[in-house]
Design a protein around this ligand. Sequence first.
Ligand SMILES: C[S@@+](CC[C@H](N)C(=O)[O-])C[C@H]1O[C@@H](n2cnc3c(N)ncnc32)[C@H](O)[C@@H]1O
Length: 239
Amino acid sequence: MRYRGARHLPEWLEQGAAVLRDNRKDDLTDTFQAIDKPICIEVGCGRGGFIRQMAKLWPDVMFIGIDKVPAVIAKAAATSVEQGLTNVLFIIGDIEDIAPKLDTHRVQQIFLNFSDPWPKARHANRRLTAHKKLDIYARLLSEDGVLEQKTDNQAFFEWSVESIADAGWSLLRVERGFAAVDVEAGGVEASGVGAGSMGTSGVGAGGTISSQFVQTEYEQKFRAQGIPIHYLCARPPKA
Ligand SMILES: C[S@@+](CC[C@H](N)C(=O)[O-])C[C@H]1O[C@@H](n2cnc3c(N)ncnc32)[C@H](O)[C@@H]1O
């Protein structure tokens, strides 16, 4: 199968490399069952920079990036292979079509980074924090699993906070204009990331996994322009 807009990619990728799956043609149930690590998922991973950085910080976790645009995600997979990453998987498809093929209550964390805000009211159901999507995440997340969202769009953020609360989820953290955490400079302790029920403090193997430690491509662009970034972390109601 050829990926439109990705003709420059090496032949092996088009034949289906280990880090790339296509919901339209691959058996995802088998793929998921073969994973022997804790799983974290980014829905709408774009070019995959976030997934790759997270995978380097937590080598014992499998990071899965899902996106419905084939050319973008194929490039994300190619770059991961170039970097020698073995704990990443990219899947082409819509989260609504992919989720039924995953085991229930197996995913440790789901990340929504700079998702499309779909500003028109008539498109509200397409937002990745709409109730229909939250039900999907609740089915995927493990008992202590959490959803993390980051966005620059304040209206979308406030709508998401309300949608999540209305759906009966617990909001563990809601931070408007959160400061970037500089992991390299040891900024983790000062940031307070990982406090409360999210786990032990510290970043990297064994420590708290959080999207606050890694900036996505969109985030870097917005922060460079001085645009505030908002963050939330939420846990679904008990099944
Ligand atoms: C604005 S980009 C953000 C990319 C990246 N997360 C970042 O922060 O740099 C949003 C991405 O979400 C993807 N997306 C939107 N709805 C989706 C869905 N229902 N399932 C899978 N991907 C989706 C889009 O194709 C797009 O690549």
